[in-house]
Design a binder for this molecule. Structure first.
Ligand SMILES: *Cc1c(COP(=O)(O)O)cnc(C)c1O
Length: 224
């Protein structure tokens, strides 16, 4: 029997693609979704899949392959970096020099240059991953010195719940950091991806300059 949600997913994707302004990339945040559901999103026009877990990504990747781009949006553990470098086109969540160096090492072995974003803890929340805003430049300079990494921009989460207006100052701050980073013109970098905004906050994120939004619930429905 065909999963009845597949048609809903496709309709959600078509609506979103019609709604988003040109130049804003749509990432389908696929955590907990079956490969069949992710494929339905791809068939409706999704070009970038966001994955939080390397194992889950490997299953979906086998099913769907390189017809789309794969973006890592979860917290990357050092022991998963080797596999991540095989699958992903972009790692959005680099938040320490140690992780950057591990990715650099594995990318060197794989003979590739790995595009990455720095994850910013824009709310300075102690429980959250990401580098604090005042450490972004330092990490960016360090990444610029790693030959098998290519820094492409910044990613932030912002608050999950509640009024999306409350996320606006954090998105604005991250955009300012992004522009400062562009202004540095660090060698070997190409700073043009600003990844921020999820289902409850993507409109605000776009108003504040996001170049890509990461949507899960809006595409696939609520997760269990
Ligand atoms: C789950 C997730 C999203 C999407 O969240 P929704 O609220 O379901 O749209 C975006 N980014 C990251 C990093 C996520 O883990």
């Amino acid at each position: 029997m065909i999963d009845p949600i597949l048609e809903i997913i496709k309709e959600n994707v078509r609506q979103l693609l019609a709604e988003l302004p040109p130049g804003v990339e749509l990432v389908a945040a696929a955590k907990q979704q079956s490969p069949e559901r992710v494929l339905a999103a791809v068939e409706a026009g999704i070009k970038i899949i966001g994955e939080n877990y390397v194992q889950e990504a490997a299953a979906a990747f086998q099913f769907i392959g390189r017809r789309v781009q794969w973006s890592f949006i979860g917290h990357l553990q050092k022991n998963k970096v080797k596999k991540a470098v095989e699958i992903f086109d972009l790692i959005e969540t680099v938040d320490s020099l140690e992780l950057a160096e591990e990715i650099n090492k594995r990318a060197a072995v794989a003979g590739r240059v790995m595009p990455v974003l720095i994850e910013v803890n824009s709310g300075c929340e102690p429980q959250k991953f990401g580098v604090l805003p005042d450490r972004v430049e330092e990490l960016a300079r360090a990444i610029a010195g790693l030959p098998h990494l290519k820094l492409r921009g910044l990613m932030t989460m912002g608050p999950f719940e509640g009024d999306p207006e409350e996320a606006r100052p954090y998105f604005r701050l991250t955009r300012q950091l992004f522009e400062q980073l562009q202004g540095l013109s660090l060698p070997g970098t190409d700073i043009n991806i600003l990844s921020m905004g999820m289902t409850n906050s993507y409109q605000v994120a776009i108003e504040e300059g996001a170049t890509r939004v990461r949507l899960g619930t809006r595409i696939f429905g609520p997760r269990q």
